[in-house]
Design a protein around this ligand. Structure first.
Ligand code: PEP
Ligand code: MG
Length: 586
């Protein structure tokens, strides 16, 4: 690390999960791999081959994930390189040479991969045609990825324990692996990735303070101690903090800890306004399926189970039985005695959420493409497996179904007829299930807002997904840092849309909740309450703060904000009104 005079520097990024971390950075660089050669025992050939196959599959998943998540963000040539990488990993000649090195010459997998890959690189780089020389670079790249998976991932994970990870990008599998192994990654700073990328959703679910979109991470020198302040208003990482700044942050952390202790005291108390109105608080569950504390933190249940994480965390599409087992476990861990409800959202993949084992179609605009219910309606057997699992798990339980990304009534009717077919099958097979299961939809697409009164007659409940609704109303990609100034849920256009849905639901006596990020944000909570929305679903980490706020406000006072908010001209004005009302209540 370069020493000398180092100035404090605040580097801005985009906050993904809020928090303050003071700690040691772990800068992930390209590793220098030290490859040893050793003979393996004849009896260990199968074990060694398995190690190689696991590394091969992990490498393929990594590339597939990268390819899918960078679609639309990098140019076609760069995408083609990733496709070539996948082809090389399936090359029968390359694979058979590696196989023979392990199984016939009894050499360890790392050395065989290194040698075989090295031979190819040499062969291609000698050729004059620049296309082949490019191929040599591709193979070099793939060889490094394979060796990384074979050799050092676990060791690196251990080194990461208790540190702040700085990297160009990270993969969901890395966070999940660390989580499963009990490795505590205190914070994450990356160059790539947006607020709602899959890694981001996982970082939130695991409650890891995370900052994305920080340029030039690898080119910088990092000190021994850095401060990561991902609170929305600050969203920065501080290099070489002065003693004064460090002290300030230590004090701030103490203050927040104290605040949390205050919140903790509210644990057993209801989320009731000062004038006696109950607000139902639910939690969103995604990557943190081992619920731990979530049960206790969810006063009224789980408002959004992002079931895609079950699929993402699997080797292949999870079976009906496997899914049913998970839904039942989640319900029980939530403390399901009937008073709490579990809302299971059906598979919501597409856009930036992809399955490592499934190739999504190439689309120019994946956010406007085959995602959510559009995908499941196009893949009926996947949909049916999930519906069967939910219906069976729901037997005798307070479990509801919710469809994501609904655009028109036809989709709801198509899903309804598939659900009815599934019910008929179960009935015929004599398998118990929940006959009268409630079915609701996410409101994420403007067409549903405009026709909310029509949809309200068709479904049991609405849950407003403000993350997507904001992006589609404002035509601003939720994952792009270039238009993040436009992507703003406090824009009066978004607020009017939310209010329209709430009014339509009320007219038809249907329930409405908010399960997007806004549901847990103090300013938004006031706005939503003023629109008559009393069911909020949020990350469990935000429940204590929401409860504390709700207990300090007076609903009759809050209701007076409605007109002012709906007639505001921009989000600045909206925020000013809400900040004023929040004063002294946090
Ligand atoms: C939303 O869009 O607000 C939502 C809750 O769904 P997701 O963030 O999983 O797309
Ligand atoms: Mg959504």
């Amino acid at each position: 690390m370069k020493k000398g005079v180092m100035f404090m520097e605040r580097i801005k990024g985009k906050s993904i999960f809020e928090g303050i971390v003071i700690g040691q950075p772990y800068l992930r660089r390209k590793k220098v791999l030290n490859i040893e050669e050793y003979k393996i025992d004849e009896n260990d050939v199968e074990k060694e081959m398995n190690r190689f196959i696991v590394a091969l599959e992990e490498t393929k998943s990594e590339i597939r994930f990268l390819k899918n998540s960078l679609k639309g963000k990098i140019n076609d040539d760069e995408l083609k390189i990733l496709k070539v990488h996948l082809m090389v990993l399936d090359d029968p000649v390359l694979l058979s040479e590696i196989n023979s090195g392990i199984s016939k010459e009894f050499i360890n997998a790392e050395k065989v991969v290194d040698t075989v890959v090295g031979n190819y690189i040499e062969m291609f780089s000698k050729l004059k045609d620049p296309v082949y020389r490019q191929r040599a670079l591709d193979i070099k790249d793939i060889g490094e990825k394979l060796l990384n998976h074979l050799m050092s991932e676990d060791r690196e994970l251990e080194d990461l324990d208790g540190k702040i990870l700085l990297a160009k990008e990270i993969f969901p599998s890395e966070l999940l692996k660390a989580h499963h192994k009990g490795i505590n990654i205190k914070g994450v700073v990356t160059e790539y990735g947006g607020n709602t990328s899959h890694v981001a959703i996982l970082a939130k679910a695991l409650e890891i303070p995370t900052l994305m979109g920080v340029k030039g991470i690898k080119q910088m020198d990092w000190d021994d101690i850095i401060i990561l302040d991902t609170r929305k208003e600050n969203s920065c990482v501080i290099k070489n903090p002065s003693a004064e700044v460090l002290e300030g942050y230590i004090a701030e952390k103490k203050r927040l800890k104290q605040l949390n202790r205050e919140y903790e005291k509210l644990r057993g108390l209801p989320a009731e306004t000062a004038d006696g109105n109950k607000i139902n608080l639910y939690v969103n569950v995604g990557g943190n399926l081992d619920l731990g504390e979530v049960g206790e933190q969810s006063p009224d249940g789980i408002g959004l189970l992002r079931s895609e994480f079950i699929y993402i965390d699997s080797e292949f599409f999870p079976s009906e039985d496997a899914q049913m087992g998970i839904y039942e476990r989640v319900y029980n861990e939530m403390g399901g005695d009937g008073s709490k409800s579990l809302t299971i959202r059906t598979l919501d993949i597409g856009a930036d959420k992809n399955l490592p084992y499934y190739e999504m179609p190439e689309e120019e605009n994946p956010s406007l493409g085959l995602r959510g219910i559009r995908f499941t309606l196009a893949h009926e057997s996947i949909f049916k497996d999930q519906l069967r699992a939910i219906l069976r798990a729901a037997h005798g339980k307070n479990i509801r179904i919710m469809y994501p990304m609904v655009t028109n009534l036809w989709e709801v009717e198509a899903a309804e007829s598939i659900l009815n077919e599934v019910k008929d099958d179960l009935r015929e097979e004599g398998i118990p299930f929940k006959e009268d299961i409630e079915v609701g939809i996410m409101v994420e697409v403007p067409s549903v807002v405009l026709l909310a009164d029509v949809f309200a007659q068709k479904v049991d409940f609405f849950s407003i997904g403000t993350n997507d609704l904001t992006q589609y109303i404002l035509a601003a990609d939720r994952a792009s840092s270039d238009v993040s100034n436009l992507y703003d849920g406090y824009d009066p256009a978004v607020l009017r849309a939310i209010n329209m849905v709430s009014e339509a639901a009320a007219r038809h006596g249907k329930k409405v909740s908010v399960c997007g990020e806004m549901g847990g944000e103090p300013m938004a909570i006031l706005a939503l309450m003023s629109f008559g929305i009393f069911d909020l679903s949020m990350l469990s980490a935000f429940v204590p703060r929401a409860k504390s706020l709700i207990r300090k406000v007076n609903l009759q006072e809050i209701k007076k904000l409605k007109e002012e908010l709906l007639t505001s001209r921009d989000s600045e004005q909206v925020k000013e009104i809400l900040k004023k009302s929040l004063r002294g209540k946090l």
